[in-house]
Design a protein. Structure first.
Length: 368
């Protein structure tokens, strides 16, 4: 009999949770879209951005806004779905029947785990793709007033197209597609096979090749001895094995890439001796932030049952402090990681660790 009651309780809680969650997400999404449109309206109008482009911009923005609003919606769903039971004295009856808070919380915790997985997939697929597209629209149509400008000039660029090809440029002008002081080394299994040096390279869009100026091409044998040298003072078209888009990826910030591209980028940068702390912190944040949905549920459940008489009002009020406090700790840890005060893994997870411990303490207190 009790098992039947628990099954019905699980179904009721889950149904309530998902209904409120959908409503909350739609509410936050509407607020974010309206606020962002009001904020950007003058920029769109000043640059005479077509209405269909503005529409595309906000379609691409939807995954990002959902990702940001999801933890808040999850916390609200937890508070109101469980709070409604407490308000109707159903929780008091269940306690009297010997049903523990842990058993009541189980379906909500499972929902939190599911949402954490969905959040990770959303952030590393739709959000990354949507951000890339809306940043492109911002740069192409809003231009000078764009909030997502790429740097006009990149310095100290390192590229690795494959395991043997290593490329470096001292400077690259993005708009003009001109690079300076190129060094490209093709490594064999043990020794260097070819080295190309050039003072200047310019992209030729007609031939889809680089126009190389003041260059030298050196060939080496199996034991590393130079066998041939070709020096050119006049301009020459060459296929160097990379294109401007490959270089332009250098201008992308870590938070514009998904987890997998970040991992590839970190490996590439480490091989070239570049400091990757900022990139590693951002990569670990991709995982830790996904667990926000589970952690806010763990915090929200005991907040509701601690004050049974005023469960909804107390839970709703406390949830505001929880969500803003949690975001503050995330940013604090991230800043410490960026500055090298804390290692990347710890800085990304410090907020999760502190609030999980806080949730455990609240659970123990609400049980007593």
């Amino acid at each position: 009999m009790q098992n039947l009651m628990l099954n019905r309780l699980d179904q009721y809680l889950i149904n309530q949770f998902w209904v409120i969650l959908v409503i909350a997400i739609m509410g936050f999404l509407s607020i974010f879209l309206v606020v962002d449109l009001i904020e950007n309206l003058d920029r769109f109008m000043d640059n005479k951005v077509p209405a269909e482009i503005v529409l595309k911009y906000y379609i691409y923005s939807i995954p990002y806004f959902i990702s940001i609003g999801l933890p808040m919606a999850v916390l609200i769903s937890t508070v109101f779905s469980l709070g409604s039971m407490v308000k109707r004295n159903e929780w008091t009856a269940m306690k009297a029947s010997g049903i523990s808070l842990y058993r009541v919380a189980t379906p909500l915790i499972l929902c939190g785990l599911l949402l954490s997985g969905v959040s990770f997939l959303l952030d590393n697929n739709l959000v990354s793709y949507g951000n890339e597209k809306r940043f492109e629209i911002d740069r192409d149509y809003v231009k000078r007033k764009s909030r997502h400008k790429l740097k006009n000039t990149l310095k100290d660029i390192f590229l690795q197209k494959n395991s043997s090809s290593h490329i470096s440029l001292s400077k690259y002008q993005i708009q003009k597609k001109i690079g300076y002081n190129l060094t490209m080394v093709d490594l064999g299994q043990l020794t260097i096979r070819e080295r190309v040096d050039a003072k200047k390279i310019s992209w030729n869009s007609d031939s889809l090749k680089w126009l190389v100026s003041d260059f030298s091409v050196r060939q080496f044998d199996l034991i590393g001895l130079e066998t041939d040298v070709r020096i050119g003072k006049s301009d020459s078209l060459m296929n160097l094995g990379f294109i401007p888009d490959d270089i332009q990826q250098q201008a992308r910030k870590p938070d514009e890439l998904d987890y997998y591209k970040l991992t590839e980028r970190i490996i590439q940068l480490k091989k070239n001796g570049v400091d990757t702390v900022r990139w590693e912190v951002t990569r670990y944040m991709k995982i830790s932030f996904a667990f926000t949905n589970l952690i806010v549920i763990l915090c929200g459940i005991p907040l509701v049952v601690l004050k049974e008489r005023n469960s909804l009002s107390f839970g709703a009020g406390a949830s505001v402090f929880v969500i803003f406090g949690y975001y503050a700790f995330i940013k604090f840890g991230q800043s410490l990681g960026f500055k090298g005060v804390m290692d990347p893994l710890t800085s990304a997870w410090i907020g999760n660790i502190i609030f999980t411990l806080g949730a455990i303490i609240l659970f123990l207190k609400s049980k007593s």
